[in-house]
Design a protein around this ligand. Structure first.
Ligand SMILES: *Cc1c(COP(=O)(O)O)cnc(C)c1O
Length: 374
């Protein structure tokens, strides 16, 4: 008998999502208004206001996905052909696709073994005269060292973009909100994230000029106060009114989502204390727990054995580092050894959810202890 013989709440079922009466009312409100495009509606602008207030930033720009938000950021940073952007090989492809789309070159720096986030020393070593920006990803909701990355970027005149798609309301060790150190921070509302509108994205900044460029890039380079003139290239990355209205309702719930994820994560942390050879994220206060990462000696064996006990587990999170994908040609040999080790040997990522009960977490802990003994 497996430890667990029924499914856990997940991001693909209603129990594992916080979609309720508020979202239903939001959808109906938009439908009844007759306006589904946010350019002419009220929900898109209101979402931007809500997001800017939540993070205490001057501006938020809503768009159609996390990848789109990153593309707005990269375009606003004026990344173009020949420009280099330093980032991590352990992330969603959406972190690097915008750089490639702008004709820029992605330069991968290695990560810290303990949490899979960018190693600031490796970032510094990757900087060349062509470097224009650094994209820091807060992997699984754990803080990248944005303090040091900020200082490195300032010393070299680089833009710092924070990819907070997995880090809604995460904080660093000093209690600073993740997404408030970079020039721009990007968020995703995709189905698998802490909160969702199916798809959607947000970019926040304190820089009025960056905000202006992001708005233009999201709307075909069209400044609608001026007439129908396209002074620069832009795409259509607009969020719809329906998605924006749902996102507003979800934004009102994100603090509780993160609070509950933390409460349950603390329970698992306590239950796994003293398990030799099982390492947890070193910085746990402020973690947003998008997934619950473990480090072990043989991640393929662990993921298989946990799954056999009814506890879903992903070996390595990714199948391969981003640079090993055919879409990224001409990568230098050698790669990033710490990233490879995490993906191919040591990292196991457990799906995490705000709807987990103490009994769910107890089952997960029991399965981990069982696999540890075997
Ligand atoms: C999900 C994700 C993205 C992309 O967001 P989409 O909304 O799926 O386009 C980018 N970066 C990270 C770290 C993500 O987890």
């Amino acid at each position: 008998m497996p430890v667990r013989d029924r499914p856990f709440p997940s991001v693909l079922d209603p129990q594992g999502r916080t979609l309720g009466a508020e979202e239903r009312a939001a959808v109906l409100r938009v439908l009844e208004s007759g306006v589904l495009c946010s350019t002419f509606g009220v929900e898109g602008p209101a979402l931007e206001g809500d997001m800017a207030r939540l993070y205490g930033r001057q501006a938020a720009v809503a768009c159609s996905s996390g990848t789109a938000a990153l593309h707005l950021a990269v375009a606003a940073a004026r990344i173009g052909p020949g420009d280099e952007v330093v980032t991590t090989p352990i992330s969603d492809f959406g972190t690097v696709a915008p750089v490639l789309a702008q004709g820029g070159r992605v330069v991968f720096a290695d990560v810290r073994p303990e949490d899979g986030n960018l190693d600031p020393d490796a970032v510094e070593a990757a900087i060349t005269p062509r470097t224009r920006a650094v994209i820091a990803v807060h992997l699984f909701g754990g803080a990248a060292d944005t303090g040091r990355l900020r200082r490195i970027c300032d010393a070299h005149g680089l833009i710092l973009i924070e990819d907070c798609a997995q880090a809604w309301l995460g904080e660093d060790a000093q209690g600073r909100l993740l997404g408030t150190t970079g020039d721009i921070a990007c968020f995703s509302l995709q189905q698998f994230k802490h909160i969702t509108a199916g798809d959607g994205g947000l970019a926040i900044t304190d820089d009025a000029e960056l905000a202006r460029r992001m708005r233009l890039f999201a709307d075909k380079g069209w400044d609608r106060t001026e007439g129908r003139i396209h002074r620069e290239l832009g795409l259509n990355y607009r969020i719809t009114e329906l998605a924006a209205a749902v996102a507003r309702a979800q934004l009102g719930k994100v603090a509780e989502v993160v609070r509950r994820r933390r409460e349950r994560a603390e329970q698992l942390v306590a239950a796994l204390a003293g398990l030799d050879g099982v390492s947890l994220p070193p910085q746990r206060t402020g973690h947003a727990w998008w997934l619950f990462p473990l480090r072990v000696d043989d991640n393929a064996r662990w993921a298989k054995a946990l799954t056999a006990e009814g506890v879903p587990a992903m070996s390595g999170y990714l199948e391969r580092p981003l640079y090993a994908n055919p879409a990224l040609p001409d990568q230098p040999p050698g790669g990033c050894p710490e990233a490879e080790r995490l993906i191919h040997r040591t990292l196991v990522a457990l799906p995490w959810n705000e709807a987990y009960t103490p009994a769910d977490v107890a089952d997960i802990a029991e399965a981990v202890r069982l696999v540890h003994r075997s």
